[in-house]
Design a protein around this ligand. Structure first.
Ligand code: SAH
Length: 363
């Protein structure tokens, strides 16, 4: 039998070999309390520094609508939440948000929304083209859920650069407990591979502490991410929403989220890793802590002010003040106070910069 490694030895092994087995990840997670966090976070920062120096990339998040055909049990904009006040942004509103964002220095626009077929492939393609025409120096990221290969292709051809589609959990059974029966992990993963094949820079990820999540589930998420090797990974704590079936569940913890950010950074040193809004929601300095645990992206809100409260995925979502894109000066200061600096740069994945074969049309 192989030697049983201590949790710190597992971290060192991960740092050297950039992978661990499912059992090793499980063991690491179970014994994580024995890991010196200062040492762990320092190692994560060292990994980030090798690729990104002390740079923090900003992405302007535009919440294009909260109509959704899906009924994910955790999500505040699920279709059966009849209390959600629904909205859709017009092309003009989206363009205005980009104009504001560009003026402030944002060079990535993330269009996120519920799964809403009102945004037909053609309609969204037109919006993407308008943004790329007006701001050829900027990247467009989409995050509008599971669509057909043809739709994804059309948006890519229109100029979209990146796509965020969290896998949510890599365990089939757990997936079934978070989603209605018509949704499947298999299809979600197929979408991720399709997006990658088309040429998008792809983002996956999961919620930390979602209901029924076990340590093995998280270990599976880590193995899955290692295998998919996405350009971006979004993880943040689950936070209950009062009008969902998970209203009474407990939120994911800051401690585990930071631990996982560090582990992911050590495993995939060149990945783009946001300190998410959810992390900033469960702790006032959550995002700074996230950066100090290895994160290197922040996604402030660029949506028109009147819709921010309507895009409520979970309770108490940050939507004013330092979270807002227009408060960039404040945000810059916060980032500088911990020894980092924000940049006005598209911030493509280093994988794309290194090889024009990976993202031929997007440089
Ligand atoms: N419709 C798109 C965008 C979903 S919202 C899609 O399907 O990809 C973006 C992310 O917010 C989701 O992928 C989910 O991981 C996260 N999210 C949703 N509800 C949440 C909650 N209650 N707590 C924390 N994160 C949540």
């Amino acid at each position: 039998m192989a030697d049983i490694l201590t949790a710190w030895e597992l971290i060192e092994k991960l740092n050297e070999e950039k992978r661990l087995s499912l059992n090793e990840f499980t063991c690491l997670l179970e014994n994580r309390n024995s890991v010196d966090r200062e040492k762990l976070f320092a190692k994560a920062r060292e990994n980030a520094k090798a690729y990104f120096g002390n740079t923090i990339y900003l992405r302007g998040l535009i919440e294009i609508g909260n109509y959704c055909r899906n009924d994910c049990l955790y999500c505040g904009i699920r279709r059966s939440n009849c209390k959600a006040e629904r909205y859709r942004l017009t092309e003009k509103q989206i363009m205005n948000a980009c104009v504001n964002g560009h003026r402030l220095g944002y060079r990535t626009f993330v269009l996120q929304g519920g799964e809403d077929l009102y945004f037909t492939a053609g309609k969204l393609a037109d919006i993407i083209k308008s943004i790329k025409e007006a701001f050829p120096d900027s990247a467009v990221t989409l995050s509008v859920g599971e669509r057909s290969t043809e739709d994804y292709q059309m948006w890519y051809d229109a100029g979209a650069d990146r796509y965020l589609l969290r896998h949510e959990t890599a365990d089939e059974e757990h997936y079934g407990k978070l989603h209605p029966p018509e949704l499947s992990l298999k299809h979600r993963i197929e979408c991720l591979y399709t997006l990658k094949k088309i040429g998008y820079q792809v983002g996956a990820g999961f919620m930390v502490g979602s209901p029924y999540q076990t340590t093995e589930n998280i270990a599976k998420d880590l193995v899955f991410l290692r295998e998919l090797e996405p350009h971006m990974i979004g993880i943040g704590p689950f936070i209950p929403h009062k009008d969902t079936p998970f209203a009474k569940e407990t939120a994911g913890s800051l401690e585990l989220t930071l631990f996982l950010l560090a582990v992911i950074r050590i495993m995939l040193p060149d990945v783009l890793l946001p300190a998410t809004t959810a992390l900033g929601t469960i702790a006032p300095d959550g995002r700074e802590k996230g950066i100090l645990a290895g994160a290197n992206v922040i996604m402030p809100n660029l949506s028109p002010k009147d819709v921010r409260k309507k895009y409520m995925l979970y309770d108490n979502k940050l939507c004013t003040d330092d979270e807002a894109a227009e408060q960039k000066a404040k945000l810059d200061k916060r980032v500088e106070s911990i020894g980092y600096r924000t940049v006005t740069d598209r911030g493509d994945s280093p994988k794309c910069k290194a090889s024009t074969l990976v993202c031929p049309k997007r440089l």
